[in-house]
Design a protein around this ligand. Structure first.
Ligand SMILES: Nc1nc2c(ncn2[C@@H]2O[C@H](COP(=O)(O)OP(=O)(O)OP(=O)(O)O)[C@@H](O)[C@H]2O)c(=O)[nH]1
Length: 396
């Protein structure tokens, strides 16, 4: 169960960061309260920067989210005189926002200036219409309960709380299931927004939106960094991160190349999806490397470990431990099973299976005047030696 909550850490970090920002803002009210007018001016620029910045990084959901915040803010300032009926219907506005947050949770980042953009606009319109329909249905239910004297039907209580509860469960589920900074941001927006509109957080609207927009921009930066420097499958630092890290190394270091043995056969036997699961779990094991080592995904089923300020002889013990820990690791994989009458009756879609893999490691110390690429090459040759000698071993 816990293993399935892969987004727990991201959700908690995101929640903690926003809580700290809000607490710090509340604690320093005396300082910025005199500057609210100035903050309002800056916020306008913040919206525009946020929209352009997220669009530049192809984060169309953030673009939509910030544009919506912008729209909401302008609406609350009565800038759109033709839309003031929305201001007069705060429940409609609030519910529409909740439905739009749910909608944003379900869609993917797609180019806005395309057919997808039109589909997104229709989706947003649908959320607003759905909010209106819900309110109409509730007002009909209210008049029905009055006509039929049904005092236990407390419409006022469910009119907002019921959809809010359903949307909160949906966003929380999505945020916990997979690490996704955008969905975690939606969750914090939902919580903070709800606390704000229930007067639990007493901040001017401009300050509230300044914090949210700042939060979104920071998340886009962090997310883009991870996209560029983290391997999507294993979550290890990528080859690009390795090359960047190599620039910061001193003269003394050693490089190890680690490769899963007979992985082609493994893929052929179990399929590429299970191969992916195994790569992910082996990578998690390798990430536990100690003695100051750092592991990167080099590509395919190959990994690189760097030990700064160490020779190959000094890193050998740790590499041996890594090799042993992978060999001893009983990897539990989720194996889809063929649909039979029995499995359908038991509602079984997958079975758990235990598999084992081994790794071979080649390690080399950087020699004087040797470039990083040359040291990698030398480690590769040592890896080849380990494979030739029968695999599941470390060679220098
Ligand atoms: N599932 C999965 N397989 C991958 C991935 N990247 C590379 N592979 C597979 O890894 C296998 C590597 O095979 P080879 O280079 O022939 O080596 P090997 O079968 O591991 O044999 P030895 O290295 O000699 O022990 C290929 O079948 C690739 O398709 C990946 O991201 N996911």
């Amino acid at each position: 169960m816990i293993q399935k909550l892969e987004g727990l850490k991201t959700t908690l970090w995101s929640g903690l960061a926003v809580s700290l920002i809000i607490v710090a803002t509340l604690a320093t009210q005396h300082y910025w309260m005199t500057k609210v007018n100035f903050i309002e001016q800056v916020l306008m620029g913040g919206f525009v920067v946020g929209i352009l910045f997220s669009a530049q990084f192809s984060r169309s959901r953030f673009t939509l989210l910030i544009a919506l915040c912008f729209g909401y803010y302008l609406l609350s300032k009565n800038v759109f005189t033709g839309l003031d009926f929305l201001n007069k219907n705060p429940q409609w506005l609030y519910l529409s926002t909740i439905f739009i947050l749910a909608y944003l949770t379900l869609i993917k980042d797609r180019a806005l200036i395309s057919m997808h953009g039109i589909a997104r606009l229709i989706g947003l319109g649908f959320c607003i219409a759905l909010a209106k329909l819900w309110l109409m249905a509730m007002s009909w239910l209210q008049s029905y309960s009055i006509r039929n004297s049904l005092p236990y039907l407390n419409i006022e209580l469910i009119i907002i709380n019921f959809p809010l509860f359903i949307v909160a469960i949906l966003v929380l589920f999505k945020s916990l299931r997979q690490p996704n900074l955008f969905v975690s941001s939606l969750l914090t927006t939902l919580i903070v927004g709800n606390l704000y509109f229930n007067d639990q957080i007493s901040l001017p609207l401009s300050i509230m939106f300044s914090l949210l927009v700042l939060h979104y921009i920071i998340v886009v930066v962090i997310d883009s960094y991870y996209l560029a420097y983290r391997d999507e499958l294993t979550h290890l630092p990528s080859r690009r991160a390795l090359n960047q890290y190599a620039l910061s190394l001193g003269r003394k270091y050693c490089v190890a190349m680690l490769d899963i043995d007979h992985f082609k056969k493994f893929n052929d036997n179990y399929g590429h999806d299970i191969g992916d699961q195994v790569l992910k779990l082996v990578a998690a094991k390798l990430a536990e490397v100690k003695s100051g080592g750092r592991v990167f995904r080099y590509g395919g089923e190959e990994f690189t470990a760097i030990f700064p300020r160490k020779t190959a002889a000094e890193a050998l013990d740790e590499l041996e431990k890594l090799r042993q820990s992978v060999a001893d690791y009983n990897i539990v994989i989720r194996h889809p099973i063929r649909k039979t009458k029995k499995s359908r009756q038991n509602n079984q879609a997958e079975s758990l299976k235990t598999v084992n893999v081994t790794i071979s490691i080649g390690v080399a110390t950087r020699q004087a005047k040797q470039s990083f690429e040359q040291t990698i090459k030398q480690a590769d040759q040592a890896l080849y030696k380990a494979k030739k000698k029968g695999r599941n071993q470390v060679c220098q």
